[in-house]
Design a protein around this ligand. Sequence first.
Ligand SMILES: C[S@@+](CC[C@H](N)C(=O)[O-])C[C@H]1O[C@@H](n2cnc3c(N)ncnc32)[C@H](O)[C@@H]1O
Length: 281
Amino acid sequence: MARLPIRNRPIPWISETLIDFSGVQVELCVPPALYERQSTDKYFILGKSASMIEAMMENTETLETRNIVDVGVYKGGSVVFLNEVFHPDKLVAIERNTADIPALTHYCDDATRNDRLRVFLGVDQADQAALGRICRHEFRDQPLDLVIDDASHFLEETRATFRALFPRLRPGGMYIIEDWAWAHWPEDYWQKERGGDYFRGKLPLSNLLVELMLLCAGAPQFLRKVTFNSVVIYVERGPGALDPGFELSTHCFNRGDLVPKIGAAISPSTVYSSPTFVFRG
Ligand SMILES: C[S@@+](CC[C@H](N)C(=O)[O-])C[C@H]1O[C@@H](n2cnc3c(N)ncnc32)[C@H](O)[C@@H]1O
């Protein structure tokens, strides 16, 4: 398949929420429509906003995207969107749920793409061994160009995925973490209802952003750049070799000392200032 020149990845919008890729449509949906509507063979539900799409395109403007991993599939819209926009050589998607997504299965099984698109159901994003097996099998020795984590949005799980997949990015590759700020958004749902049953009592994902900032300072050879907006984090891979499963905290320093791991016991005499504390859940 002919590869589109980088910087020339137009999004064929036909309305503010609907994209038409030559007959395969992708609709941007937010809750509750996101939960209620279903994908069909030529129409897929995508759980992202237009501003997230625009920011993704800006942040990947000069990125070559041969090998992509999409973590969190839901109704399949992100797999279709990433395939139609980036035309990767291989796109691997990971989803914890085991239920088939028929429209996505049909889309991936099409003869024009069935050797390039692979969806793994029943895989937990925190299962680093499974992620490693999948990457070794699907990408062989090739590094990844782009990872998008839009799965649980929980700290431990998201951090585990980062440990497994970030080292597999090539230098200059991009790691995207969506919806990092759920513990801090001002709306009542997030503050009064604590994000509902799903997020209530969970550690904020912003702890990972703090760690990524420290990692960027302490080990720029691994992590060249971290940028973020109110919804999404963009992490650019540096050139240093890194083994999958690396421990972030061994590269984070504060005044020459290793920054304590999240959740470590804190001495009563120690005064912690941001960015070394754990936000309350
Ligand atoms: C926000 S939806 C993904 C939406 C999709 N990326 C899109 O843009 O349309 C999150 C998905 O992640 C899945 N998920 C949640 N926790 C997970 C975990 N621990 N491992 C893998 N997938 C998980 C959920 O089942 C759900 O399908």
